[in-house]
Write a protein that binds this ligand. Structure first.
Ligand code: NAP
Length: 325
């Protein structure tokens, strides 16, 4: 027999989900928080794949991303949040209580009076064959989106980083301390990265800059490891090869909203619409009454740890008010 509907279920264990859990639990509505195994990324969200976080308020000397997430998790648990590990495979928002199904050690089904979606975002890819998992592509064998996870495999080697934003600058700077050379490839001459991160990368003597260039193909050797990339100069169209052992993608993120398509309002880039953009007064309310969204899933603009935490807090308060009404 299916268990009774929960008051609040939170899907996602990044900054947004854990902050929502802390606030819901302290408001006397201890939630069930479902943390994925593989679906949208690691438990703990994107920050567990980061090194030093320098801009989370309260940590003047910085804090390691995994340590920050562990602290948030402990704080949410302290007030009674319950954690469940499993990948959600179906969400039914058709009527309340909402149904959440998935696969953990066993198949599971939960029902919730109010739902907080905080499934975050995943790294964007270019759509090249080389980005696919082996045997077709070289994902995880030199093609990756996480310098702190995979950088150590390329110690003393030549590597490339694609992108002109903060992620690309952080990855390039991190890799410059491990690798022989790092080539940043970016499609424009202007960089959208913040001044401080761009300046820091520019100061690294072993970072080279290829702008404006796009990556057309990831080249592999006979062992199916990366041996280079084929680049195209954006203005002239001229092609050239760059020899490297790894390509780190830093070209942004896509929201993990696949399970929600057709069930609530999304923007053209598949972020969940909330607040007035969803026709609601509460800041995190989606177009479906009782369903709230927080963090990168609903944010195409700020995408910071602290804003994700902030909207997680709002979502818990909005959900609590909805349930008490
Ligand atoms: P982003 O700011 O969206 O930058 C993505 C970069 O990739 C842009 O330079 C973009 O080029 C390029 N790009 C996108 N699609 C591409 C394609 N198909 N081919 C080639 N290049 C492509 O993403 P992000 O760097 O991951 O940053 C996301 C958010 O997180 C930002 O708000 C950022 O401030 C934040 N963040 C903050 C920190 C920090 O504060 N320490 C660290 C990491 C991220 P164009 O510029 O030409 O569009």
């Amino acid at each position: 027999m299916a268990e009774a509907a929960r008051k609040i279920i939170i899907i996602g264990s990044g900054c947004a989900g854990l902050t929502a859990a802390l606030y819901a639990a302290r408001a006397g509505l201890p939630p069930l928080l479902i943390e994925g195994i593989a679906a949208g990324g690691p438990a703990g969200g994107q920050l567990v794949l980061t090194g030093e976080v320098e801009n989370y308020p309260g940590f003047p000397k910085g804090i390691l991303g995994p340590d920050l997430m562990q602290a948030m998790r402990e704080q949410a648990a302290r007030f009674g949040s319950e954690f469940f590990i499993g990948d959600v495979t179906r969400i039914d928002l058709g009527k309340r209580p909402f149904v959440i199904e998935g696969q953990g050690i066993d198949r599971f089904e939960f029902r919730a009076e109010a739902l907080i979606l905080a499934t975050g975002a995943r790294p964007r890819k270019l759509g090249l064959v080389g980005e696919r998992e082996p045997p077709e592509g070289m994902w995880g064998r030199g093609v990756t989106a996480c310098a702190t996870c995979d950088g150590a495999f390329f110690k003393g080697e030549d590597v490339a980083v694609l992108g002109g934003g903060d992620t690309a600058m952080e990855e390039a700077t991190y890799l410059s301390h491990l690798c022989r050379t790092v080539t940043v490839i970016h499609r424009r001459e202007e960089f959208r990265a913040s001044k401080i991160l761009l300046a820091r990368a520019r100061r690294c003597a072993n970072i080279a800059w290829q702008v404006p260039f796009t990556v057309e193909e990831i080249l592999g050797d006979s062992e199916q490891l990366v041996r280079g990339v084929r680049l195209r100069q954006v203005q002239t169209g001229a092609a050239q090869e760059l020899s490297c052992k790894a390509l780190f993608l830093g070209i942004g993120h896509e929201p993990n909203s696949d399970l929600l398509k057709g069930q609530l309002a999304l923007d053209p880039n598949d972020h969940v619409l909330v607040g007035h953009r969803a026709g609601q007064t509460a800041a995190t309310a989606t177009s479906v009454a009782g369903v709230f969204a927080a963090g990168d899933l609903a944010d195409s603009v700020y995408r910071q740890a602290v804003t994700a935490a902030g909207t997680g807090c709002q979502a818990a308060i909005d959900a609590e008010r909805f349930l008490r009404r």
